[in-house]
Design a protein around this ligand. Structure first.
Ligand code: PLP
Length: 393
C-alpha cells in the first residue's frame, strides 16, 4: 500500500530536524555539544513579553479560539510598529494577519496564490518552507541560484522567458538566510517593477530586518514604490526578540492577498494563542529598545566568530545583518560530509550549505546562537576537522 503522497516524495530532507536527532543522542552520551545549527539563539525572551503572557494567561477570555481575526491589540501593535519603524501605514484589520510564526504564512501562501503547475521562484540556498509550500501546493519550483559573485541576489531577469512567463509567486528574503546578504535599494526597486510588470506576487520574507549592524538599516518592501500592488511581507518576533518557540509573527499585504491567505488558514489552524498575541503586542510597543540590546549581543558574537574564523585561515567578511555566518569551504571539501564529521567527531552542529539546496554547496552556515567564546571554541574544533580532512584550510 502506498502511504505517502507523490508530493511528499518530492520534498527534500529537512536538515535542522536531522541535526536535532543526532544532537539528542550525543547529549545522552555525555558529549559537550556546541549547537550552531538551527537559528535558535539562547536569548531570554523580553521581560515585558513574559509579564504580559503571565497576566494574559490568567484571563479566561484568552483561552478561547483566536480564529483568523486574532487579537485586535496585536494587529494594532504590528501596524504601529510598521509605521514607526518603516514609515509604512497599514490597516490593522484588513492588511495585517497574525501568524503562528512567519513560517506558517510562508508555507501556506502557495496554497493561496498558486494553482498546480504555476511557477514559484525559490532562492537556493534558501529557507526550506518556500520549497515545502510550493511542492505541497502542486506548483512548479523555479530554482534561482544565489551566487556570491552576484551578491546572493535573486535575478528574475536571468530566468528563461518561457519559465518567467509561468512564474506567479517569488520568494525573496533579505537580509538573507543563510548567506547573510542584504539587498541594495536599487535591486528592490527593479525587482518590484518586474513583479508588477509580470503579475508576480512577491513574498518578501523579512524576519531578520531588525538584526542589523554597523549603521545598516533594513527596509520593509513597502518602502519601495509600487510594492503595495504585488507584495506580501512576513515579519516575526522569533529572532529579534528571542521568542522562537512562542510561534508568533504577522503578514502585511493589501486586503485581497491577506484574505486569500486567511481563506487557506481557516481550514488549517485557528490562529496563535491569544495570550501570546497579547504578549507580542506589549513587546512590539517596546521594540526599538529591546532590539537594540539584541543587536549588541549578535554583533559581539559576529565579531567573535569572524575573528576566530580568520585566525583559523578562513576568508570571511563580517555580515551587516542576520545571526548567521556563511563560511566558504575549500573547494575539495563537500559541505554535507564535513558537517556530519564535525558533529560526530567534535560535537559541533552547523548546517551544511547543501542542506539549503544544491546551490548552497561549498559553504557551511554558522548560527550565532551561543556566546562569543563558545562560538570561537566551535570554530577551533571545526578547523581541527578540516585539517584532518585536507591538511589545512
Ligand atoms: N524566514 C526565514 C528566512 C527564516 O530563517 C526563518 C526561521 O529560521 C523564518 C522565516 C521563520 O521564522 P518563524 O516561523 O519562527 O517566525
Amino acid at each position: 500500500m502506498r502511504t505517502a503522497s507523490h508530493r511528499i516524495a518530492q520534498l527534500p530532507a529537512y536538515a535542522v530536524q536531522r541535526v536535532a536527532t543526532i544532537k539528542r543522542r550525543l547529549i545522552a552520551e555525555g558529549r559537550d555539544v556546541i549547537d550552531l545549527g538551527a537559528g535558535d539563539a539562547d536569548l531570554a525572551p523580553p521581560a515585558v513579553a513574559v509579564e504580559a503572557l503571565t497576566a494574559a494567561a490568567h484571563e479566561t477570555r484568552m483561552s478561547r479560539y483566536a480564529f483568523q481575526v486574532g487579537h485586535l491589540p496585536f494587529r494594532e501593535a504590528a501596524a504601529r510598529h510598521m509605521e514607526r519603524r518603516f514609515g509604512v501605514r497599514v490597516d490593522p484589520v484588513t492588511e495585517v494577519l497574525p501568524l503562528i510564526g512567519s513560517k506558517d504564512g510562508l508555507a501556506h501562501l502557495p496554497f493561496a496564490v498558486l494553482d498546480p503547475g504555476d511557477g514559484c521562484v525559490i532562492p537556493e540556498p534558501g529557507y526550506s518552507p518556500y520549497m515545502g509550500g510550493a511542492v505541497l501546493a502542486g506548483a512548479e519550483p523555479v530554482i534561482c541560484p544565489l551566487r556570491p559573485d552576484r551578491g546572493f541576489l535573486v535575478e528574475l531577469a536571468d530566468l528563461p522567458a518561457d519559465t518567467l512567463r509561468r512564474v506567479r509567486l517569488a520568494f525573496l528574503n533579505y537580509p538573507n538566510n543563510p548567506t547573510a546578504a542584504i539587498a541594495p535599494r536599487e535591486y528592490l526597486d527593479r525587482t518590484v517593477a518586474m513583479c508588477r510588470e509580470r503579475g508576480i506576487t512577491l513574498a518578501y520574507d523579512n524576519p531578520y530586518c531588525e538584526i542589523t549592524f554597523d549603521g545598516y538599516r533594513a527596509p520593509s518592501i513597502f518602502e519601495i514604490d509600487g510594492a503595495r500592488d504585488v507584495a506580501i511581507e512576513f515579519h516575526s518576533l522569533s529572532k529579534s526578540f528571542g521568542m522562537t518557540g512562542w510561534r508568533i509573527g504577522w503578514a502585511v499585504a493589501r486586503p485581497e492577498l491577506i484574505a486569500a491567505l486567511v481563506t487557506v488558514k481557516q481550514f488549517i489552524d485557528t490562529g496563535p494563542f491569544l495570550a501570546i498575541q497579547q504578549a507580542a503586542a506589549a513587546t512590539l510597543d517596546h521594540s526599538e529598545a529591546i532590539v537594540a540590546g539584541v543587536c549588541d549581543v549578535f554583533r559581539e558574537r559576529r565579531d567573535a566568530g569572524v575573528a576566530a574564523l580568520r585566525d583559523a585561515g578562513f576568508s570571511i567578511e563580517p555580515p551587516r545583518a542576520t545571526m548567521y555566518l556563511w563560511v566558504p569551504l575549500p573547494s575539495d571539501v563537500p559541505s554535507g560530509p564535513f558537517a556530519e564529521r564535525l558533529l560526530e567527531e567534535e560535537y559541533v552542529a552547523v548546517l551544511a550549505g547543501s542542506s539549503f539546496g544544491a546551490g548552497g554547496e561549498g559553504f557551511i552556515r554558522i548560527a550565532l546562537t551561543v556566546d562569543g567564546p563558545r562560538i570561537a571554541e566551535g570554530v577551533t574544533r571545526m578547523a581541527r576537522v578540516l585539517s584532518g580532512v585536507q591538511g589545512g584550510v
